[in-house]
Ligand binder design. Structure first.
Ligand SMILES: Nc1ncnc2c1ncn2[C@@H]1O[C@H](COP(=O)(O)OP(=O)(O)OP(=O)(O)O)[C@@H](O)[C@H]1O
Ligand SMILES: [Mg+2]
Length: 550
């Protein structure tokens, strides 16, 4: 490999690649003169375009373009211009562009390190690994994004041994937080957590909401949002992003929408974006607490990711932690810069220790020892826990419709309202389904077929044949060729969401008595009761209408 090393931070909006020369000097690869390669991919004449070419295509043929393939990583296939592409092909296209440029600069293909969000479990890491492999890299090292960022900061700053640092990374699609302790020869990751649904794109949506309120809910506005005119819709989101970025520097910005120039003030934007940013600040507090620390134990808070430029981010973090965060000029480059530092030539071809146990989002769990778990092999592509097609008799029963639906609607509600019934039904279901002692605080437990029936009946167009696919992050219901996805919810969102089918997985509590709600973990033998085919889910009906897929 000649000693060159390459790191790639595959981002929701941008991909950053940094090359380390044999002498140790590092530099970002440039694409059209910029270190930020747009992650956009566009289909054109049977080829996949990447980077600036894809962005250009997006203006004229938005329907043939995917601006953020990373956000589609669990979708399997993506429709571009009427043709379906595996999401791995989209991601691989960008990795190929990077690999070609690295090979041109280095003269050969360097060893590769790839970063991923801290919150990604085995299945999403598996899709990423499959894409990297199909771009020609059978072996690569993988490292969580905040860990890479921490390496960058600790390499540069004279942090004393024993000091604790917080890395807060707000990119376009995710928010990752890590707490690190400086050691004699590096650092330990003592806390890590992520939000997969919070990033700069959600702040773009905030600008669109603010505009919507200014315009009023006219039919024209609704049609624009619905994408009746895809080019105009594309232009609206582009303008919203530019306005958001401008508001980091100015008190107001103009957005051209429906033939007029509308002002958006920083004040309105900050008020509307507060709930989104508050979640990231709360996450930061949880990660600090999960490391067994308080704010006074933290020496520095580092901001990473383009969206961390929003001034309210630093303000809220400062207020919550009492520490003025450190901001860099180019927070987008930090992750890739740190990833290339963390691997020497000998390590670059093998996965590093998994410094990223999938975070448990319960508030303040007891501190974990910092020792990293042994490294798993690169995960296989998006394995499902099971695919379940109801047997014909079950489908026939579900097509009976109303009667079964009413029972299934009423069952969780009755169980919720009548404690005695809850206990009785829970005991019975848990014993028969799982052979376990019942918990006291669940609403309903369903076996695969019952879940399948329930989803059929509770969702729109709920009757008819369906297949349920369960993986460690979501449940997908496939009716015909139309998949609908429901995410497994974390326990700390319990009771806060509306109009969502909320499914909580259960697993035996560590002490052996009762249960604790838990995210499904692929392949965890303590959790899968019968050869990987059974599972329990708590299903709760939310107020405000029927369940809708995400
Ligand atoms: N000045 C700014 N003010 C606010 N937001 C900004 C600014 N500059 C860039 N951004 C936002 O930063 C985001 C891109 O950041 P970055 O490149 O770090 O994300 P990413 O790595 O692609 O995403 P992720 O890490 O979530 O996968 C975009 O949403 C962009 O609009
Ligand atoms: Mg990023």
């Amino acid at each position: 490999m000649g000693g060159f090393r390459l790191s790639v931070d595959y981002g929701t909006s941008h991909t950053v690649a940094v090359l380390a020369e044999p002498g140790g000097r590092t530099r970002p690869l440039l694409f059209d003169g910029s270190p930020l390669l747009p992650s956009t991919v566009a289909a054109h004449d049977g080829h996949l375009l990447t980077g600036a070419e894809a962005l250009r295509a997006a203006r004229t043929t938005p329907a043939a373009t995917e601006p953020n393939p990373k956000r589609r990583i669990t979708d399997g296939d993506v429709l571009l211009g009427g043709r379906s592409y595996p999401v791995t092909a989209l991601i691989a296209a960008t990795f190929r562009t990077v690999s070609d440029e690295a090979r041109r600069v280095a003269g050969h293909r360097p060893a590769l390190t790839v970063t991923h969000p801290a919150g990604w479990g085995a299945s999403r890491r598996g899709v990423l690994a499959a894409a990297v492999a199909s771009a020609g890299y059978d072996t690569a090292a993988y490292v969580p994004e905040p860990v890479a960022a921490a390496r960058f900061f600790t390499a540069r700053s004279g942090v004393p041994v024993g000091a604790h640092l917080v890395v807060y990374d707000l990119g376009a699609g995710t928010c990752d937080v890590a707490v690190l302790r400086r050691t004699g020869d590096g650092f330990d990751v003592v806390g890590v957590g992520g939000l997969d649904d919070v990033g700069g794109l959600d702040l773009d949506a905030v600008v669109v909401d603010v505009l919507g309120r200014a315009v009023g809910a006219t039919g024209e506005w609704r049609r624009l949002l619905a994408g009746d005119r895809p080019r105009d819709r594309h232009a609206l989101w582009q303008e919203a992003r530019e306005a958001k970025e401008a508001l980091s520097r100015r008190a107001s910005a103009l957005v051209h929408v429906l033939g007029r120039d509308l002002p958006v003030s920083r004040e309105d934007f900050e008020a509307a974006s507060r709930p989104v940013l508050d979640r990231t600040v709360a996450l930061t507090g949880q990660v600090i607490a999960s490391a067994g620390l308080t704010n006074t134990d933290v020496s520095a808070v580092y901001l990473v990711g383009g969206a961390s430029r929003v001034p309210l981010v630093a303000t809220l973090l400062h207020r919550a932690t009492g520490i003025a965060p450190t901001v860099l000029d180019q927070p987008e480059l930090v992750v890739a810069e740190g990833a290339v530092l963390g691997t020497g030539p000998a390590r670059a071809e093998t996965p590093p220790p998994d410094e990223n146990p999938t975070p448990d989002p319960r508030p303040a769990p007891p501190p974990k020892p910092p020792a990293p778990a042994p490294a798993p092999a690169p995960a296989p592509p998006a394995a499902s826990l099971f695919d379940f097609t109801p047997p014909p008799g079950l489908v026939a029963r579900s097509q009976l419709g109303a009667g079964v639906a009413v029972v299934l609607f009423l069952l969780p509600i009755a169980i919720t309202l009548i404690p005695g019934l809850r206990t009785a039904v829970m005991n019975d279901l848990l014993r028969t389904e799982l052979g376990l002692d019942p918990p006291g605080d669940v609403i309903a437990v369903f076996s695969p077929w019952l879940l399948c029936l329930l989803v059929q009946q509770l969702t729109p167009n709920g009757s008819g044949k369906s297949r349920v696919r369960v993986d460690d992050e979501s449940i997908t219901v496939v009716r015909g060729d139309k998949p609908e996805k429901y995410l497994w919810e974390h326990v700390n969102s319990f009771g806060t969401e509306k109009d969502r089918l909320v499914l909580h997985a259960l697993s035996p509590a560590p002490g052996g008595s009762g249960f604790v709600p838990k995210k499904l973990v692929l392949g965890d033998p303590a959790w899968l009761p019968s050869g990987g085919r059974g599972f329990a889910a708590v299903v709760e009906r939310r107020s405000g209408g029927r369940f809708r897929p995400l």
